[in-house]
Structure formats: C-alpha cells, structure tokens
Design a protein. Structure first.
Length: 365
C-alpha cells in the first residue's frame, strides 16, 4: 500500500468526482445543524497536482505523499508542521516514494523506490518503480530498514508506534508476501498467518491480512483470525484498546466499512452505499473514512463510535467552507479529534490535504 489508502486515492478513486451530495443518504440528520470543525487547506508542493495524507499525530503534524507533473509525478514523501509542506529526505539513487504512517514523536514510515537501471534487466522508463525499500524518517533523515535473508527484494513499512516498532511487508517473487516487524533496522518475520498490510498499536498488537484475505491479529506471537462479512477484508486502523477498523467485502460483492471489537465484526457502512471505508480510529473510538455511492461521488465520513450512524463531514463544517471545499475521504484522526482528509477546492482537478480542527465549544470524548 505503497499505503493502501493512498493507493485507493490514486487508483480506486480514478474516475470519481468529489462533489458533495445535496442530501447525503443514510447519514445522521441531526449532524447537519452543527458546524463542529474548522477547515485548513494545506499547501501542495510548488506546481503540485495532488497531495494525500497518511497520518496525523498528537502534535498535529501531518505526513503524506505529494504529486506533480515533474520529479514527483510518481510521489514524494512530505510532512506538514504548519500549512507549508516539507520534503522528507531522499537517498542517493532513489526515485519516488510514499508515506504510510507516523507516530507521536514525528517518526514517519513509508516506501522509497530505487531508480531501475539496465542492470535490472529492464530499460528505465518514466513512471516505473524499481526495487522498493522500507524507510523510516527521523526528522527528515531517512534510514533503510533491513531485509530478510534470501530472495526478498521488495519491502514497505506500513506503520509505527510510539515505541518505534515498525511493521511492514516483504515480497518474494516465488512465493507469498510476508509481514515484518522491525526492532531498530533488524527485520523479524511475523507468523505465517500475517501476510499483507500490517498495522500496529501502542501496546504492540498487530493486525494484518492473511493469504486467505482474512484479518489476522498477532498478539505476542499468537494469531487470531477475525470474522468477515463474506469476502476479503483489510485492516486500516487500530487504537490502543484493540479496536480495529477497515473494510470487508459482502457476499454480493460490495465493500463495506467495518469495525472489529472483541473479535466481533460490526458493519458500519451507510445503508444503500456499495463502497465505503473505515480508515482511522482514535483512542476514544471515533472513526473516519469515506463512502462512495453507485454514481461514483465520494465524500468523507465520520462515526462518533462503532454503533453510530455515519455523518458527512462536509456537513460538519461551516457553510462558507462547504461552499469552497469538497472533502472526499477522511484518512486519520488523532486523540484531540483532529481529522485529516483529502479533497478539492472548486472545480479544478487538483487535490489537497485538509485538516479539520474541532471547535473549542465541542469536546473530544
């Protein structure tokens, strides 16, 4: 996943519009009466065509990936400490990259791609990703994380907790991927039941997708398989109590936002909408994500808790902000209830990162 949510933004969402519903279907009608959030549009890189956030930490720093029509056409890792983006450091010979996670200390994890050369047996070309490396940035300094011994050429780091434990995955050309846990730069293969898109919380609980496309939870080496709606499932977010959010496919082929609590699955998708995601969850159990109805209109959504009806975030901001911005997907939420999302401003097909800050008169609880 490159970050799987970023991949959704630039893959699954190709062809979608970010126009907001005049009346969002199956959303809490009471939510529209209150403008709870102020909106800040973060700047793109100079000449940028898009930016997609991956994480927001307790200090309000936002990390993500920026795109333009030049050197960042395939992605450049960035961080915002205010409204202006700052490039995360690159390594010599590396071409592109993406951000997948960040902790409260400001350490960022993601993927960098080495530029392919003729020695790889291929001709380098624009847009081709060479060998991928799992990276952790401390400040803006990048460090390559170690690979497993053997033929495991491609790696990606997908999450990091406040203890500095990093999770990710590695790809073997002759076999299934394996999920990894790094202590420092040394990789350790997670149990075989953990395959792809691992995420980790503060106490070290890890959730991932296994080879059967089920969600596995790894706790001190013990693997538990979580239920699903009928088809493949992917975890996107986990809090320190072990509440996991993500997606699961229904028997009819729809993709629904779900939460897993005490090894039970809860379908939190808006009724009548075939595609929705739950991307992030904070310590209080607030959940953020997106919903895409059959007409391919995407909007950012928020759940106060796992049993609440989803609310359209475009209706939780002021009318003046809603007239300027269209929030397509909420990606993460911190413990101060600050939300990061991506969307657009006006009719131009340029995508921005937005920060939604809870107004002082509302409590984050």
């Amino acid at each position: 996943m490159a970050n799987i949510k970023v991949a959704a933004a630039i893959g699954t969402y190709v062809g979608l519009t970010t126009a907001v519903f005049g009346q969002s279907p199956d959303l809490d009608p009471d939510s529209a009466a209150l403008a709870r959030y102020t909106v800040t549009r973060l700047s793109n890189i100079p000449g940028g065509t898009a930016s997609y956030p991956a994480a927001v930490n307790a200090a309000g720093e936002v990390a993500g990936t920026a795109y333009d029509n030049g050197t960042c056409h395939a992605g450049c890792p960035i961080i915002w400490s205010g409204k202006t983006p700052k490039f995360l450091g690159q390594l010599p010979g590396f071409q592109y990259g993406s951000v997948n996670g960040m902790n409260d200390l400001g350490q960022v994890v993601g993927t960098m791609y080495a530029a392919p050369t003729a020695s790889d047996g291929i001709q380098p070309e624009v847009g081709f990703h060479g060998t991928s490396y799992a990276i952790v940035w401390d400040g803006t300094k990048p460090t390559i994380l170690g690979k497993l011994a053997g033929d495991w050429p491609n790696n990606s780091a997908t999450g990091i907790n406040n203890a500095g434990e990093v999770v990710g995955w590695t790809h073997n050309v002759d076999g299934p991927d394996r999920a990894l846990l790094w202590h420092g730069t040394a990789p350790h293969a997670l149990p075989i039941g953990c395959y792809f898109q691992p995420i980790i919380n503060g106490p070290g609980l890890i959730a991932c997708t296994n080879a059967a496309q089920e969600v596995s939870v790894v706790d001190a080496g013990k693997v538990t398989i979580l239920p699903q709606l009928g088809g493949g499932s992917v975890p996107y977010g986990i809090n320190d109590t072990g509440l996991i959010v993500g997606i699961s496919t229904t028997p009819s082929g729809e993709t629904h936002a779900v939460a897993w609590k005490h090894d039970r699955i809860i379908d939190i998708a808006p009724q009548g909408i075939p595609y929705s995601t739950a991307n992030g969850v904070n310590a209080q159990g607030h959940i953020v994500g997106s919903a895409v109805p059959a007409d391919n209109v995407s909007y950012a959504v928020y759940w106060p808790h796992s049993k609440a009806k989803p609310q359209d975030l475009n209706k939780l901001i002021s009318a003046s902000d809603a007239a300027k911005y269209q929030l397509a997907e909420a990606v993460a939420i911190n413990d101060q209830c600050t939300i990061v999302a991506w969307g657009s401003e006006g009719p131009a097909l340029i995508y921005y990162t937005f920060v939604l800050t809870l107004k002082p008169e509302f409590e984050c609880q």
